[in-house]
Design a protein around this ligand. Sequence first.
Ligand code: XMP
Length: 511
Amino acid sequence: MNKEMILVLDFGGQYNQLIARRVRDCSVYCEVHNYDISMDEIKAKNPKGIIFTGGPNSIYENNSPKVDEEIYKLGVPVLGLCYGAQMMTHQFGGEVSTAPVSEFGKARLKIDKRDGILKDVRDDTTCWMSHVDYISKVPSGFETVAHTIDCPVAVMENREENLYAIQFHPEVNHTEEGPKILSNFILNICGCKGDWKMDSYADEQIKSIREKVKGGKVLCALSGGVDSSVSAVLLSKAIGSQLTCVFVDHGLLRKNEAEEVSRVFGPDGDYNLNFIKVDAKQRYYDKLKGIIEPEEKRKAIGEEFIRIFEEEAKKIGTVDYLVQGTIYPDVIESGLGKSAVIKSHHNVGGLPDHVDFKEIIEPLRPLFKDEVRKLGRELGLPDYLVNRQPFPGPGLGIRIIGEVTADKVKIVQEADAIFREELDKSGVVANQYFAALTNMRSVGVMGDFRTYDYAIALRAVTTTDFMTAESANLPWELLEKVTTRIVNEVEHVNRVFYDLTGKPPGTIEFE
Ligand code: XMP
């Protein structure tokens, strides 16, 4: 392999993929491997630099993970973080002790020598500490170049041997100068040029998918969401018509969504794949008839999806691989170190047990959402697909309180399209916004007539993680305009509410 790469050796820390992400932020290719990878494999990979991650162990525990010390003789710069820093200290004859004061959280980083890995790093900024043990004696040949009040050796280095150790976590957002410190290591010390791009990621994935799949058949449940769309495009570039994408129109999609997805992926689109659009609208409306309880509704929507997916898979015959649009935050949510459970929200309710396949392909697994969007753009996907807000698998089904009917879907689709159009035009920033149909009907007056119609609820939230959220502070004029347009343009709506509830105590969706 002749491209520049940084090898990250994993000691079980929480932030390992974040380190990889920071390396990619420097436009350098990166691979994360378990710490016990063989020296021969490391040599074959020919890394320009090596980073040891943190980990939960103490260096003095029996069987605590340790790297083969031959690694220090490769002549490649090495950076140890947290546990990795302590292990390096231990292996070079320094001392690691239990700190009198454990440090968890923010600390002020005092620079003693602004050079090398700390070149141009500002003094007295916040760094993120998370440790019980600390470096109590610097090994010979090393020099302390930064400290905090409770940590005498926050950063140490041995310039001659090109070895660096950092007690805190430069990879997390809380460490203000983290990106600078890591780029000093990657670009200045390892000498990487930083010319790797997301399309190189695509090329590598395409190559490895081809090698894996060979002549086999691959099935992808395409929802039209960002992750499944980008996965489908990547697979289609790799294996073309060996890929079949099943897109289920469950009649609970946003206005024009089914047409947009079909236009991009269907026979007249840009991708040479077998695209199967299943029109299951009526089937869903029949199934949802009379159901008002939210969990029952979600379950019904999910089950129906599985039945349809199974039917389509049977028609294709033997499927060798199944594509999943798992991205890195999904892996974190499903438990680090374990393989990701199949995530219900890519395909509404999980995947069928009865579809036989050899393996799952997850081409986006190491990426974060914004990286997936970047990849999608570089693969030529249209902006409206790439920039999509999260849309729940059960779709408008959980934005219609009470029984779902075709008529109610139409009402919420129209109101939602107006709200999204006006909010997009206004330039206001909200992370998720949509209209929902309350099950409330009330009396109104239109022209000379009394009306007895539905109320629409508008929801717009700002959030970073979707676990908590605030209602977005929308300008009054915008709310007025949207309200006027909805009551004028959407039949059977005579009132519009704006939901000011945060999460908690509310949720973002209505059911
Ligand atoms: P809540 O309503 O729980 O939503 O505050 C948090 C985020 O998750 C999305 N959401 C879902 N996404 N399948 C999904 O793919 C689901 O069943 C589902 N339910 C909620 C919601 O849109 C919001 O972004």
